[in-house]
Design a protein around this ligand. Structure first.
Ligand code: 4AD
Ligand code: MG
Length: 430
């Protein structure tokens, strides 16, 4: 007998099949048991009728608890009234392990409790749907770059230096010296872009963020493309194509999961290039016009980003920030050196910055000066400054935070549900 996954039962109507899964819910009425079984791909109602199975199998159903594992055989029947449209008329049922009393019941629980039970919480329909959408986002992003001639380059996790400022570095003993967990693969991608042209890395990054917000994790995943011979405009064009492609891919492939999490997809449907672009100067004006007291030279907080994004239906680029509030490698604007050729992409609906990027400094003198101004240890950056010694070219890149993108596309209140096992300032369990 074939083992089928629940997501494929439609192709087996009328056949007797085997399903391997777990008990999600159970109720009984006299000579019938109604089991909701899940197998990771979906849910199906299994009907165990006293007359259709052995006495031993029927009695065994009595002891089945939530999340007990089992193998059931039965005939697939189409039934419009059944959740999902199909039922399993059980012929045989073999419990594998009877689960102890399950902590995550089908009632509502508090978030702290659920976070402690994250290893079990993942089994609930909503969390499983989010993880499937996360998978789709990642695979959509990978396909996007792979189909455009980008080469995947893995950046190191243990690094001798910082990329995004020294205040959020995690350090660890590295034999007789100190290493830092990577905040970003960017500097290595710059080296790889000079070797291969168009590259990207996709991996975990780490920041000792001392803020407890809805948008910050201490461990998050980032995709970071880097391109030789591309300027700030070309960089933004690639971003809007990437983001549109990814959103449309999720809408096409994960309709059911979006329904499960009750995402209102009205605004996602319209995510198509071009995205609006405003300068930092214009953004400051816009905030002031909207009653937010904001001084030129400061960095935007989450609330400021929300006000800015609310002015647009699409994600919006804010470009040319003051150099002082951006990382050391940002290329100064040739006309106004106090601002730089950076751009952040702010998502709609209050999700804030999902991408940070820009054009990089490409001349030796300026990069050396910036390293000094940021009080970075020059020796640790010798390899990086070499890139400006040997055939330097204009180049640009960006970093898209996967969890920020998942939060927006899924419409989640908090970033903690976007990653299987979130790492937050006050959480490293489970
Ligand atoms: O703006 P950031 O710091 O840019 C960089 O790291 C560049 N080196 C990227 C590059 O140009 N290659 O971070 C990029 C993105 C942010 O826009 C955000 O989406 C995400 O990474 N991010 C975080 N996501 C979750 N938790 C955090 N603590 C994050 N910090 C940044
Ligand atoms: Mg940023």
């Amino acid at each position: 007998m074939h083992t089928v996954s629940i997501s494929h039962v439609a192709q087996h109507v009328g056949e007797e099949v085997k399903i391997k899964g777990w008990v999600y819910n159970k109720r009984s009425s006299g000579s019938l048991f109604f089991l909701i079984i899940r197998d990771g791909t979906g849910f199906i109602q299994a009907i165990v009728a006293k007359d259709e199975v052995s006495d031993k199998d029927f009695q065994g159903c009595d002891g089945l608890t939530q999340e007990s594992s089992l193998v059931v055989c039965g005939v697939i029947k189409a039934d419009k009234r059944a959740p999902g449209g199909y039922e399993l008329l059980v012929t045989r049922i073999r419990p594998l392990q009877i689960a102890e009393e399950y902590p995550v019941s089908l009632k509502k629980h508090g978030v702290d409790f659920l976070m402690d039970q994250r290893h079990l919480w993942l089994r609930t329909p909503r969390q499983a749907a989010i993880l499937r959408i996360r998978h789709e986002i990642i695979s959509g992003i990978r396909d996007f770059f792979d189909n455009r001639g980008f080469i995947l380059i893995d950046a190191p996790i243990l690094t001798p230096s910082s990329c995004e400022g020294t205040t959020t570095l995690f350090s660890t003993d590295y034999f007789d010296s100190t290493a830092y967990l990577s905040q970003s693969g960017q500097l290595y991608m710059e080296a790889a872009a000079m070797a291969l042209g168009k590259v990207y890395c996709f991996g975990p990054t780490f920041r000792a963020e001392k803020s407890k917000t809805r948008r910050h994790l201490t461990e998050f995943w980032m995709v970071e493309p880097e391109m030789a011979w591309v300027d700030l405009d070309g960089n933004m064009e690639l971003q809007e194509e990437l983001v549109s492609h990814t959103v449309q891919r999720v809408l096409e492939e994960r309709k059911k999961d979006l329904e499960t999490i009750q995402r209102d997809i009205g605004r996602l449907k319209d995510i198509k290039p071009p995205f609006p672009r405003i300068s930092y100067d214009e953004a400051v004006e816009c905030l002031n016009k909207n009653g937010v007291q904001f001084e030129w030279g400061n960095d935007f907080g989450g609330g400021d980003e929300t006000v800015l994004a609310e002015q647009f239906e699409l994600p919006v680029f804010v470009h040319r920030y003051p150099s002082n509030i951006k990382a050391f490698y940002m290329k100064p604007d040739p006309v106004r050196p106090e601002i730089c050729l950076s751009a952040d992409l702010l998502a709609p609906e209050g999700y804030g910055e999902i991408i940070g990027g820009g054009q990089r400094i490409d001349d030796l003198e300026t990069i050396m000066r910036r390293i000094k101004e940021h009080s970075l240890p020059e020796e640790a950056y010798t390899w990086y400054t070499d890139l400006r010694r040997y055939g330097s070219v204009p180049h640009s890149g960006f970093g898209l935070g996967i969890e920020r993108a998942v939060a927006w596309i899924c419409g989640l209140d908090h970033i903690r549900e976007t990653i299987p096992f979130p790492r937050l300032m006050n959480r490293i369990y489970p």
